[in-house]
Design a protein around this ligand. Structure first.
Ligand SMILES: [Zn+2]
Length: 336
């Protein structure tokens, strides 16, 4: 650590459980933020400020005006330009702490890219909004012995739980199967900025502690930020029969065909792409149909009452329908 770093992080170094040794560890650490929406954008900003040396930020979506009341890193200009969240976050972090090496992955985290995106992580922070991805993260993290921190927030409620493989219960010790049926989402039940900040802050505190010391207090925290209620229970014991961390079965790492996904409550469908796409060439094909905007990350076109955003990896988000069959057909007709 040089003199400038010592000064920059001095108030964190003075906190004795971190100290100079902990700060050195943070500077040498690599954290992966899986999902850069409300929770993830808080994680990214806070970890960059704390001096975590490398950040990988994964997100599949773009910034919209309705994100801005709770997604702390993003600004009006990001929504206006419909920037992918992973790219907008990387730009902002470069202004917050230019010494942090940021890798932004504009991608859907799937079994086929999980190794590439999470493989080198010292810790993984859950900023996702769905159980499918959390079970994928849990299987991967347990299989590799990487700590991760579950977090969720909707309406005024939130929950967080750290997982250190082989030491604490994993997600499947607590919830053996993903919940079935419709779950409340931010799009259907709304969400408050303070619950996001509170859950994400607990996750970041656990992440810093794990990176500095390798340890964390195992517990589940639930919060109701409107009622002002915080509840904590001791982390449950590991299930000696857990299929994941006891029997080491990792079904969520197996590649399955990914059907189009209806994005809950958003009147939009995500269609997975077959591979990288030439956005400039696609823009010239779509221009006769209606307005098209394109930048280095994504293309946005409006036609026939739909708004279609296509990312460079071939994925598209088709807004204006919740019908996955129709979305697939629009994709096949207009994109390829
Ligand atoms: Zn387990």
């Amino acid at each position: 650590m040089d003199a400038a770093q010592r000064e920059r992080y001095s108030r964190q170094i003075l906190f004795s459980p971190i100290g100079e040794r902990g700060q050195e560890r943070l500077l040498a650490s690599h954290a992966v933020i899986a999902g850069c929406g409300a929770l993830g954008s808080f994680h990214a900003g806070a970890l960059a400020r704390a001096g975590v040396g490398r950040l990988t930020i994964i997100d599949r979506d773009y910034v919209e005006p309705s994100n801005l009341h709770r997604q702390f890193l993003f600004e009006e200009a990001d929504a206006e330009a419909a920037l992918p969240k992973a790219a907008a976050a990387a730009r902002r972090i470069a202004r917050i702490n230019s010494s942090v090496a940021v890798r932004s992955a504009i991608a859907d985290l799937t079994p086929s890219n999980v190794e590439e995106l999470l493989g080198g992580a010292g810790i993984i922070l859950d900023g996702t909004d769905n159980f499918e991805t959390r079970y994928l993260i849990n299987d991967f993290a347990v299989s590799r012995g990487i700590p991760w921190i579950y977090g969720a927030a909707v309406a005024a409620y939130g929950l967080t739980m750290p997982v250190i493989p082989a030491h604490t219960a994993c997600l499947r010790c607590v919830y053996p199967e993903p919940p079935s049926g419709a779950q409340p989402t931010c799009e259907t039940s709304g969400v408050l900025g303070p619950i996001v900040a509170a859950v994400a802050s607990l996750q970041v505190a656990d992440a810093l502690r794990i990176l500095c010391t390798g340890e964390v207090h195992s517990r589940i925290t639930t919060l109701d930020m409107w009622g002002g209620i915080v509840r904590q229970v001791e982390g449950p014991a590991r299930d000696p029969d857990c299929p994941c961390c006891a029997h080491r079965e990792f079904p969520h790492l197996e590649e399955r065909a990914r059907p189009p996904v209806s994005l809950c409550g958003r009147d939009a469908v995500q269609v997975g792409g077959a591979g990288s796409i030439d956005l400039a060439a696609l823009a010239s094909r779509l221009e006769p149909l209606g307005p098209v905007r394109v930048n280095e990350y994504a293309l946005r076109a409006q036609f026939s009452g739909y708004q279609v955003t296509v990312f460079a990896d071939g994925r598209a988000i088709i807004k204006g329908t919740g019908d996955t069959g129709l979305a697939r057909s629009l994709y096949a007709r207009y994109i390829g």
